[in-house]
Design a protein around this ligand. Structure first.
Ligand SMILES: *Cc1c(COP(=O)(O)O)cnc(C)c1O
Length: 376
């Protein structure tokens, strides 16, 4: 049996190698390394795939979030509502720009932002909400958008883990993750569902005026060459990565289905185990399973399980061991243990198993058997 990895990028590359090499070679031959036609082609393909008016490519997902927040003239100290249970990047950019992250709980079944808790934390200083479609499943966007509308808040979707996931509104209308709020940010970090062979990111929006502003900010705030209207940054998706992404975008739905099949296999087998809870799938969203994350029941030794799996060369990960409201870097906001019980509880009992596009039935069965073996 092939070595089991959290993500098998080597196996995935083997299948698209010829196509990728040809595209990369075209860039090398043309020397159009920065903002060449490949970047524009990828932008257009992604706009079509997501059914969104504007995609603004940039250097990584963290930049994408930061650039969106730079496009508004929020006063320093403005409050941005964000789940504590997310990758640090979501929170980092808020703090970096001098705003205040106001942490919100998540639902213990979906791991996504708790709408009641969100609304209870809105204040007169609130300016925006950053919902995170964690592990590949959409937040309850219809309810979130309604809270945003009531309180006049902007919505910036962190879609780094959910590219390709689809949300269904109660009237049957569908939209891709990242295209529902005022803007969405995504990441093409290699292990993401649509991964480059290096860093990359993009912003999505249907707002023409915002798109123009974002395009300016990614390019040093430049309106025309050497005329700078606002403070910007230098954040580009390079042509080689764009060319690779354009090849991989064609396979994204296939990749997401392959992930779903693995998750389905896991969940089928774990649903009656008693000591583990498989992920909950919401009615209103598809799940693209960036991560397959289980919850362990009370008294189950998580470190013991990690070591036990490792003894069979099965990797596992804890996403995330420490909630952001209790991270040292953000302690100056004054949060304490006990402030977010659901989030803290999840951090103590989640474990993520390997999931990727290349997993064989044999590997899946091996992992499932070993997990069951842990509790005899
Ligand atoms: C990966 C990730 C990011 C950051 O993306 P980078 O491209 O690594 O900067 C932001 N938010 C979430 C939820 C992520 O998983």
């Amino acid at each position: 049996m092939k070595e089991i990895r959290m993500v098998d990028l080597v196996g995935q590359y083997a299948k698209i190698k010829d196509e990728v090499k040809e595209e990369v070679n075209n860039i090398l031959e043309s020397a159009a390394f920065i903002n060449g036609p490949a970047v524009h082609n990828f932008q257009t393909s992604l706009e079509k795939y997501l059914d969104v008016k504007h995609v603004i490519p940039c250097a990584n997902g963290t930049d994408a979030l930061q650039i969106i927040m730079m496009a508004y003239d929020f006063p320093k100290g403005s409050e941005i509502l964000v789940p504590s249970y997310t990758y640090v990047a979501t929170v980092e950019v808020i703090a970096l720009l001098g705003f205040k992250p106001v942490f919100v709980e998540v639902y213990p079944d979906t791991f996504n932002i708790d709408i009641e808790d969100l609304e209870s934390k809105v204040s007169e200083n609130s300016v925006a909400i950053v919902p995170v479609h964690l592990y590949g499943q959409c937040v309850d966007m219809e309810r979130l958008m309604s809270v945003a509308k009531t309180h006049d808040l902007k919505v910036f979707e962190d879609t780094a883990q959910a590219i390709g996931a689809e949300y269904t509104f109660s009237d049957g209308e569908k939209a891709k993750a990242g295209t529902i709020g005022d803007a969405g940010a995504t990441s093409f970090f290699p292990s993401k569902n649509l991964g480059a062979y290096g860093d990359g990111g993009a912003i999505m929006t249907n707002d023409d005026e915002l798109a123009a502003k974002l395009r300016m900010i990614v390019n040093h705030g430049q309106s025309k060459r050497y005329y700078h209207d606002s403070i910007g940054v230098n954040s580009r998706l390079d042509s080689i990565q764009a060319a690779i992404l354009n090849v991989k975008l064609k396979y994204l739905d296939e990749y997401n289905s392959a992930r779903y099949k693995v998750a389905d296999g896991y969940s089928d087998s774990f649903s009656n185990a008693g000591w583990i809870t498989p992920p909950h799938e919401s009615q209103f969203s598809t799940h693209v399973y960036h991560q397959y994350t289980l919850k362990l029941s009370d008294g189950i030794d998580r470190n013991g399980l990690v070591d036990y799996l490792a003894s069979f060369e099965i990797p596992s990960m804890i996403y995330y061991p420490v909630p952001n409201h209790l991270q040292k870097a953000y302690s100056y906001f004054g949060y304490q243990t006990g402030d977010m019980p659901n989030t803290e509880d999840l951090c103590s009992r989640v474990i993520s198993l390997p999931i990727h596009t290349e997993m064989s039935d044999e590997q899946l069965k091996f992992i499932v058997d070993k997990v069951h073996g842990f509790q005899g």
